[in-house]
Design a binder for this molecule. Structure first.
Ligand code: SF4
Length: 387
């Protein structure tokens, strides 16, 4: 008699491979991208080196199920796509698979996403059940990043935030109109934006509890979304909803989806969006400061800080000896650490040459030179380098 044994969790994880290719999880999302997405099938494809707030770690990036009842136009897991292998894990099975990998030292954390089956609430329960087992039965204290399903319940969001280090509520588009064009069954305000609002409300209601930070993802460039739309919303999320970070994932066509013939988004656009997003989040820039062109997008060829400086500082350079902190932060090539070094150094003496900036570990002085005055004069080497 032929006895068939069920494949264990590790084998099944290996079979689905790189299923979260399109969902970044860490602080350097572009380095997570594989060259050939969602093709190979091996355990190694489920494990990605991810920059987390706790350092760079190999994470198991996987899904509770690769089946989905929704039909987002860009997504390989959309309902009815026959090329997608559908695999569903039970919470015990997935938790045990993670525990095996974690104990053997192959992974140091998990990013857990899912397609939606039997509604968002049921699916969210499966995600939560899985990590409850990981935290309680296996007593795992390390890094967990969970996806929040569109329209999950308040208590589910709260519990997920207690269990995880990070939770993702992916908005996908910057407005309801853009979302309709990307994912016709998702409701921007009630299913998605509201989740981010609730997450911030939960953090404020429980100020002494250790709760997950929230992140979101946008699919960029498939449906006419502009940089201005994406960054205006990101700024609002940083200011009002305590968002940790926004991910900008350039659209990439997937065969056998309605968007299979659309062009992929230039990776440089993603890069510029991240640069601008950090100016809003970390450099106190306002959306109005960003150098948008008349079509609402930014120049691809120049980073936004330099594009702004070209517009405003070429003819009105900033005096390094007297400028305020926020003014110094506007200079391309000088970041918060460099600004602190300048403020300290100028209390002790005059900064009159580019070599003085080099001594403060501001190395890209050729980037800085066109936009500054040093003690009333344009830097001498500026003439040599830029004339
Ligand atoms: S709900 Fe998520 S998994 Fe399902 S089709 Fe949309 S993006 Fe894909």
């Amino acid at each position: 008699m032929l006895v068939q044994t069920l494949p264990d969790a590790i084998t099944r994880l290996s079979q689905i491979g790189d299923v979260t290719h399109f969902e970044p999880a860490g602080d350097q999302p572009q380095s997570e991208r594989r060259r050939i997405p969602y093709q190979a099938r091996s355990l190694a494809d489920c494990i990605t080196n991810v920059s987390t707030p706790k350092g760079k770690k190999p994470l198991l990036k996987t899904m509770v199920t690769t089946a989905c009842e929704r039909n987002c136009f860009y997504c390989p897991f959309r309902a009815g796509r026959s090329k997608t292998k559908r695999v569903t894990f039970g919470p015990d099975e997935l938790a045990s698979g993670f525990d095996t990998l974690q104990r053997s030292g192959q992974v140091e954390g998990m990013f857990l996403s899912s397609g939606i089956i039997k509604g968002s609430v049921t699916t969210q329960d499966k995600i939560i059940d899985t990590v409850e087992i990981i935290r309680t039965r296996y007593n795992y204290q390390g890094y967990l990043h969970l996806k929040i399903m569109p329209g999950a319940e308040y208590d589910q969001l709260y519990r997920a935030m207690q269990l995880a280090d990070r939770v993702s509520v992916n908005l996908e588009g910057p407005t309801q109109e853009r979302l309709d064009a990307l994912a016709p069954k998702k409701d921007f305000q009630h299913e998605l934006l509201r989740m981010l609002q609730l997450a911030e409300q939960i953090r404020r209601t429980h100020p002494y509890e250790k709760l997950a930070g929230t992140v979101t993802q946008f699919v960029v460039g498939a449906v006419g979304d502009t940089d201005q739309e994406l960054l205006s919303l990101s700024n609002r999320l940083y200011r009002q909803y305590g968002l940790t970070r926004a991910y900008y994932s350039g659209f990439s066509p997937v065969i056998q989806t309605p968007f299979e013939n659309l062009p992929a988004t230039d990776p440089l656009r993603e890069h510029r969006l991240y640069q601008a997003s950090f100016l809003l989040r970390d450099y106190s820039w306002k959306v109005e400061d960003l150098p948008f062109l008349s079509d609402g997008n930014m120049e691809l060829q120049l980073d936004p800080k330099r594009a702004w400086a070209e517009r405003y500082l070429r003819d009105a350079p900033i005096e390094i000896m007297t400028a305020r902190r926020d003014q110094l932060l506007r200079i391309p090539g000088i970041g918060p650490v460099g600004v602190d070094a300048i403020l300290k150094a100028r209390r002790q003496g005059r900064l009159t040459e580019l070599t003085h900036l080099r001594q403060l570990n501001i190395h890209a002085v050729e980037q800085v030179a066109p936009y500054i005055l040093l003690d009333g004069r344009r830097p001498v080497t500026q003439m040599k380098l830029f004339s």
